[in-house]
Design a protein around this ligand. Structure first.
Ligand code: GDG
Length: 724
């Protein structure tokens, strides 16, 4: 039976050691809860590091057995691997760069080597259990190479990947020496998920700048596979937090808090120890509050929990010392005999204590410098069953894209955080309720189960889409069928586009001249008795004439404005005008003057603005601008605007490759019709030809054509083998 394999760096389990004996407890994290509905079922499995070095092989085996009962499978890491792979590359290279703190990043070859090695270790364990048809869902930045490694071994298997931390802008990502390897690894997945639209956009941008991929909207075509990249904002177990409020243990904790703090207003702050969480800035904002608003002295308490994390890494240790110092300073400066401004705890608490705090606190202050999502903010919202309380949330947290009714702040603006605290302390109850209700609706609907369901459903859809595409790819079987039809037919016609179909693209349009191999191929094809080969291109008729006039080919130039049979002379489509060119050329010139590398190509009845040599990004931006201007202008004229591969072309609407191709079919009766093209203009041919025609799109799979091929190399190969 088809199974699902979840893979993450850490297993959702806590192992504790007492007198050399190890005991296991399932951990309560949001992800563990959400995926619980999956990995506990049937023969599904979760693979990861148990978080504990168990040296004794006997104990290892014992633990392994217990894990197996929980559907968990361990990947044991050595201390050296933990140092270089986990603390090293994951937390000292990827973490800082992905959180926009590139100055903290270390680029060490030994870290990278260990990262590759441990990703391979995960791969090998997965390969022990994975079978064709299974689904593998890989999580987070420690395993970026794993999707590619699995793909190399099991090309057909379904792989999903979700990144829990931000994906940075290309300008940051490009700093990493192993950036292409990382992207290639990630692109082994079929579906890739990020928390926010910005992360998704950043990934697509990095992939299209660093790798030979084509991207359309959110689909990346790479190595003949379509990979879908989408935004899936992760949710929490809403019901758990909403119902914890009536748990007896939570009620007891709540009573303690009431007795301890009485009239004090409580500001809650909960994070893992991390420089990305903005803990120091938060303390500064609180200090500023007491300084600027002495009326709050003795009345407001900052309850700050920092959960120990990575404190063997130097930056984290320094951060911890700095927090100690700042908390000490604030308390020394403002405390009274009966009141401590900052209640600081460097440890973790049971979830019941957190729940009591979420229930009790008037304000939850969440101000990370960068955060993939931030679950604490959502947990606070879910806990507020009375719909009161105020959330102050950093605009740099992924959660701020959903919780728009929070007070949103820039975490670098200390004054703004202080003002937000004052606003929150004075917010009327009705406004608190209005905001909280809205946020609770969002957190309740987009909960963790919803997130898991969305991702898994989408992964299934992507796999079906890929299978459909694969079925359309010309493979050995279809090639045999095409060859059979070709052989059995008496009168054949083959329409061939030129650029992108028979030759690759070149920076200069004149460089893409035909080579000896292509001449030979075309000559052979045209020499087969009963065959017409028609070159159908957007190129100028002069160029086509110069390149192919001496061959026994029919030629259709400028999308159909000029036509020539092999025996005849060039003739023009009647009734065409070129009066419109004057105005359009002015618009294109304006664009060319502002865009280094772009140029205009003038043909008899069309104008093309080329931007292949323009800086990546700028070209697309200008092309969009030009498209908008042209669309507006051409709407009432008999003109058509065609966006092509790094080119925008304007032509008379009467000219159309589809119409031109059809006119060829009127002359003779053909029993074999084939057309190949790579461009939007070729879609007109695919649509115009009769259904029995063999239509083949080159380069991308989205098309009206029946089949597709990857490149002009494959086109030539298919043509070459037609006669065999
Ligand atoms: C990464 C991304 C993204 C905290 N203290 C205690 C405790 N916690 C729990 C919270 C919350 C979780 O830890 C922290 O989650 P965050 O989302 O806030 O932050 P990261 O750990 O950095 O998580 C982040 C997340 O992945 C999910 O994709 O949102 O952006 O950085 O659930 O409740 N739990 C207990 N005791 C504590 O003292 N039991």
């Amino acid at each position: 039976m088809r199974k699902t394999i979840i893979v993450s760096n850490r297993l959702p389990v806590k192992i504790t050691e007492k007198d050399g004996e190890f005991s296991l407890q399932a951990s309560e994290g949001g992800l563990a809860t959400g995926l619980g509905s999956i990995y506990r079922e049937g023969n599904n499995i979760w693979i990861g590091w148990p978080g504990q070095d168990i040296g004794d092989p006997k104990q290892q085996e014992k633990v392994m057995k217990q894990l197996k009962q929980m559907n968990l499978m361990p990947v044991y890491l050595t201390q050296e691997e933990i140092n270089n792979f986990y603390e090293g590359f994951s937390n000292e290279t990827l973490w800082p760069v992905f959180h926009y703190m590139a100055v903290y990043a270390h680029y060490e070859q030994t870290y990278w080597d260990a990262y590759e090695q441990v990703n391979r270790k995960f791969r090998d364990i997965i390969l022990q259990v994975a079978e064709p048809g299974d689904i593998i869902w890989i999580h987070d930045y420690q395993l970026l190479l794993l999707p590619g490694m699995i793909r190399a071994e099991m090309p057909e298997i379904s792989v999903g990947f979700f990144q829990h931390i931000p994906f940075p802008s290309y300008e940051l990502f490009r700093l990493i020496p192993w950036r292409t390897e990382i992207l290639e690894g990630m692109l082994g997945a079929d579906l890739m998920g990020f928390h926010t639209f910005d992360d998704t956009r950043h990934f697509l941008n990095a992939a299209s700048r660093l790798l030979p991929v084509t991207t359309t909207a959110n689909v990346v075509s790479y190595n003949d596979r379509a990979i879908v990249v989408e935004t899936f904002p992760m949710g929490i177990d809403y019901n758990k937090y909403a119902s914890l409020g009536s748990d007896p243990e939570v009620l007891e904790q709540l009573q303690n808090l009431k007795e301890n703090f009485q009239q004090d207003r409580l500001i809650l702050s909960i994070d893992r120890l991390d420089y990305s969480k903005g803990i120091l800035q938060r303390l500064q904002a609180f200090e500023l509050l007491l300084q600027m608003h002495p009326e709050y002295i003795g009345k407001v308490v900052l309850y700050m929990i920092v959960v120990p994390s990575r404190d063997t890494v130097p930056q984290y240790k320094e951060l911890r010392d700095e927090i100690d110092k700042q908390v000490g300073n604030i308390n020394a400066r403002f405390r009274t005999l009966s009141w401590h401004p900052v209640q600081y705890f460097y440890r973790s608490f049971p979830v019941e204590v957190l729940s009591a705090l979420y229930n009790y606190a008037d304000i939850c202050l969440v101000t990370p410098m960068r955060d993939g999502m931030n679950l604490v903010s959502k947990e606070y919202v879910a806990s507020r069953n009375n719909n009161d309380g105020v959330l102050i949330l950093s605009e740099m947290a992924g959660a701020s894209k959903e919780l728009i009714d929070a007070i949103i702040v820039n975490p670098n603006n200390i004054g703004a955080i202080t003002r937000a605290i004052v606003d929150a302390l004075n917010m009327p109850l009705e406004e608190q309720e209005r905001r909280m209700k809205q946020m609770r609706q969002v957190v309740s609907k987009f909960n963790i189960n919803h997130w898991v369901k969305l991702f898994m459903t989408r992964l299934d859809e992507v796999n079906i889409m890929q299978q459909n595409m694969l079925a359309r790819r010309v493979n050995q079987e279809t090639a045999v069928l095409i060859r059979q039809q070709y052989k059995q037919s008496k009168r054949r016609i083959i329409f061939l586009d030129y650029d992108g179909t028979l030759v690759g693209f070149q920076p200069d349009i004149d460089q893409a001249a035909p080579d000896a191999d292509l001449y030979h191929l075309l000559r052979e094809l045209a020499a087969v008795p009963g065959s017409d080969v028609v070159m159908i291109s957007g190129r100028k008729h002069e160029t086509l004439g110069e390149w192919f006039g001496h061959l026994p080919l029919d030629l259709i130039a400028e999308h159909g404005a000029w036509q020539k049979t092999k025996e005849g002379e060039w003739y023009q489509l009647p009734g065409l005008t070129d009066k419109w060119k004057e105005e359009i050329i002015m618009m294109m010139e304006q664009c060319t003057d502002r865009t280094p590398g772009s140029f205009i190509e003038e043909k008899s009845y069309s104008l093309a603005w080329h931007y292949r040599k323009v800086e990546s990004g700028l070209g697309e931006l200008r092309a969009n601008e030009l498209m908008n201007t042209l669309r507006y202008y051409t709407v009432e004229k008999a003109l058509q605007v065609l966006p092509g591969d790094k080119v925008i072309e304007v032509k008379n609407i009467e000219i159309n490759k589809g119409k031109a191709a059809l006119s060829w079919l009127h002359h003779k009766k053909y029993d074999f019709i084939m057309a190949m093209g790579d461009d939007v203009t070729d879609e007109d041919i695919f649509k115009a030809l009769p259904a029995k025609a063999i239509t083949i799109k080159v380069g991308s799979q989205v098309s009206a054509a029946r089949y597709y091929l990857r490149s002009h190399h494959e086109v030539r190969h298919l043509l070459r083998t037609l006669k065999k």
